[in-house]
Ligand binder design. Structure first.
Ligand code: ATP
Ligand code: MG
Length: 438
């Protein structure tokens, strides 16, 4: 069996008949005194392979000794077999054991924590394999979406001297004789770059030392961000809706098989690919919560997880919520002027997109404040030293223009699309307050 003669399990099943050579790992194995059934796994799929004692006694004697996750090469005749897990079976004629594995620690019914401790091995599971393939589609779709709209990809530093989203979630890092922080967002640098490139996007690791244990916060996650010169809030909201819809469509086009492995009900995802997403204001959201869900939220408080969940029971697509109270928003989100008559206080030109089925916020964005006095005032109010932001404030001095942007949480989107209990499964090696290995 030389290297050229091997094809993937997926290609072998596409071929469907004749002799094929495949290689991979023993996913499941079951013996009787006449047969050994090996379910072989490679990156593409799984397939049942049968070794017959009567036909090849020597191979049978080798195969009975195989353990789970051993690496092997096989060849033989492939044929349709409805009783096999993926509809095909390979009648083994040649077998080469590359390494007979030690007893594999993961068999079945282990706790979440055990699987996380053995993440380096658990990523071989069909579940994780399916999630990674969907994640691959999501990431590719984000690049395609922005590039097809002529946005330039632009990178910001990961070591940063400033906070973007507030000091409480900053990771401090020793930096020679000084200190810096790991990036909480690409945004402040993006705001500098729109004066050079116009419309830009990026996807990169983002770090927040989230102290609360929730099913939607990671300490290290991937954020896909965009920033556009001359853009106002309404257009940024529309771009975000288009992006989310584009991603869902791509997954439905490319990953039906993986969604099935994850037992994700596709009919609950389809509205997000087909329908328009509504926009409501924060103040309307409070009214809906009160009238339809009997939940009273005091105006001026940010929406909590439970409130977002209750609100989203009223919708089957993602929803954009705009105009949150100015007081609870980051310093760079400007006031809506004039103040709307229907709101008790000032609101900000900002938005979140909430996913249906209780998956919560997937996008957060805003128009950016262009008034330097307002920026300084809110920086001070949030306990920052405006002098530390001198370079950022410069941007308001040299040809300032209206601009907007947003960030989409890649793992939040993957979690929702895959229907995952916890965001930790949306990234290969999760980092949280309580988990930093393997
Ligand atoms: P939340 O209120 O859920 O903590 P946020 O308002 O802090 O979110 P933004 O600062 O608006 O979030 O960040 C933009 C996007 O990045 C969010 O909409 C979310 O999708 C994602 N995101 C933010 N924090 C995290 C995190 N700790 N883990 C994973 N994704 C995150
Ligand atoms: Mg947060």
């Amino acid at each position: 069996m030389d290297n050229e003669s091997f094809i993937t399990v997926e290609d072998a099943m596409k071929k469907g008949t004749g002799k094929v050579g495949i290689r991979g790992w023993v996913y499941r194995i079951r013996n009787s005194n006449k047969f050994v059934f090996i379910v072989l796994r490679d990156g593409t799929d799984i397939i049942q392979c049968v070794v017959k004692q009567e036909k090849s006694p020597k191979i049978y004697d080798e195969a009975v000794k195989l353990s789970m996750e051993s690496s092997i090469k096989l060849s033989g005749e492939i044929k349709k077999e409805n009783r096999a897990p993926t509809g095909y079976e390979l009648d083994v004629e040649e077998l080469e054991i590359v390494q007979n594995a030690e007893p594999f620690p993961i068999t079945k019914d282990f706790s979440e924590e055990f699987l996380l401790d053995n993440r380096h091995l658990w990523i071989r599971s069909r579940k994780m394999n399916a999630i990674f393939k969907i994640r691959h589609t999501v990431i590719g779709a984000i690049h395609d979406f922005f590039r097809s709209r002529s946005y330039y990809e632009f990178e910001a530093p990961i070591f940063q001297p400033n906070a973007c989203e507030g000091g409480s979630t900053l990771f401090e890092v020793k930096y020679f004789k000084d200190k810096v922080y790991l990036s909480q967002s690409w945004q402040l640098y993006a705001e500098a770059a729109v004066f050079s490139l116009g419309n830009i996007y990026n996807m990169s690791p983002t770090f927040r030392s989230e102290k609360s244990k929730t099913s939607r916060h990671l300490a290290e996650f991937w954020m896909a961000e965009m920033e556009a010169a001359w853009m106002h809030l309404e257009d940024a909201v529309q771009v975000a809706k288009d992006e989310v819809k584009f991603i869902v469509k791509k997954v439905l086009e490319n990953n039906k098989k993986e969604l099935e492995i994850l037992k994700r009900d596709i009919s609950t995802l389809e509205p997000a690919a087909d329908k328009d997403y509504p926009t409501i204001t924060y103040t309307e959201a409070l009214r809906l919560l009160k009238e339809k869900k009997g939940l009273k939220v005091e105006w001026g408080k940010d929406l909590r997880t439970i409130e977002e969940e209750k609100l989203m029971e009223l919708f089957d697509t993602p929803v954009a919520v705009i105009d949150y109270p100015k007081e609870v928003m980051a310093f760079y989100k400007p006031k809506r002027l004039p103040k709307p008559k229907t709101t008790p206080g000032d609101v900000a030109l900002c938005f979140d997109i909430l996913a249906p089925e209780g998956y919560g916020e997937i996008v957060g964005g805003s128009e950016r404040e262009t008034d330097i006095k307002e920026l300084k005032k809110y920086l001070k109010q949030q306990g920052e030293t405006p002098e530390h932001y001198d370079w950022y404030l410069d941007l308001r001095k040299y040809g300032s223009v209206p601009h907007s942007g947003y960030g989409l949480g890649v793992e939040r989107v993957v979690r929702w699309i895959c229907g995952l209990e916890n965001i930790k499964d949306a990234i290969p090696f999760p980092r949280t307050m309580l988990r930093k290995s393997p």
